[in-house]
Write a protein that binds this ligand. Structure first.
Ligand code: MN3
Length: 214
């Protein structure tokens, strides 16, 4: 993903049918090529004649949208969030993932949740408890402490460091699971790319960013 405007749609990092049967080919086509693409296109349109904001990073757009002029403020909030969230969503899934975290993430999961089953239960409760459209998240704070969050619409949990997100918009699952969000969550969970998350978490700890919320 580009660091700033113009943004382009990253290709799906695996074949469209690679996540079946948990997430089928039709769902992947619509979700990536239609929904994700629309957020990218809409964000570029909103910024196309606003050179003063074209240098803003995607993360800055997601966090500092309240500073934008009113005519693009809500649009940028929705569409920058849509780009950020979907980029992470597709990047953290894999066709044949390992079933558990390793390295520092493994220790952090045990420390904060007890075990992976309890982490899953907490994240599933967030996913099912998000009224309407939104996201459930596994995030780290600046000290490496993990927590589960949920956000409405396309809001992000930034500046917390997002490790994993479950899209609970109906467009993520309705073609295949209709209203059965819990079944979708259980299937999605089987696709989580734990080695990738473990690397992301290790890199995040190594960078030790300044804590935004002391
Ligand atoms: Mn989506």
């Amino acid at each position: 993903m580009e660091t700033h405007y113009p943004f382009t749609l990253p290709p799906l990092p695996f074949a469209y049918d690679a996540l079946a049967p948990e997430l089928d080919e039709k769902t992947m086509h619509f979700h990536h090529d239609k929904h994700f693409a629309a957020y990218v296109d809409n964000l570029n349109k909103l910024l196309s004649d606003r050179p003063e904001y074209q240098g803003w990073s995607l993360e800055k757009l997601c966090q500092d949208w309240p500073e934008l002029p009113e005519d693009i403020r809500q649009g940028v909030r929705n569409n920058a969030g849509g780009v950020y969230n979907h980029d992470l969503y597709f990047k953290t899934l894999a066709p044949t993932p390992a079933t558990a975290p390793d390295g520092e993430l493994e220790g952090a999961v045990i420390r904060e949740f007890g075990d992976l089953t309890k982490l899953k239960a907490a994240m599933k409760a967030a996913a099912l408890g998000q009224f309407g459209s939104g996201w459930a998240w596994l995030v780290s704070d600046c000290d490496g402490k993990l927590s589960i969050q949920k956000t409405p619409n396309q809001d992000t949990p930034l500046p917390l460091c997002p490790l994993l997100c479950c899209d609970v918009w109906e467009h993520a699952y309705y073609l295949q699971y209709q209203n059965r969000r819990a079944d979708y969550f259980d299937a999605w969970w089987l696709l989580v790319d734990w080695p990738q998350l473990s690397r992301t978490y290790g890199d995040f700890l190594a960078r030790r960013p300044r804590c935004p919320h002391p």
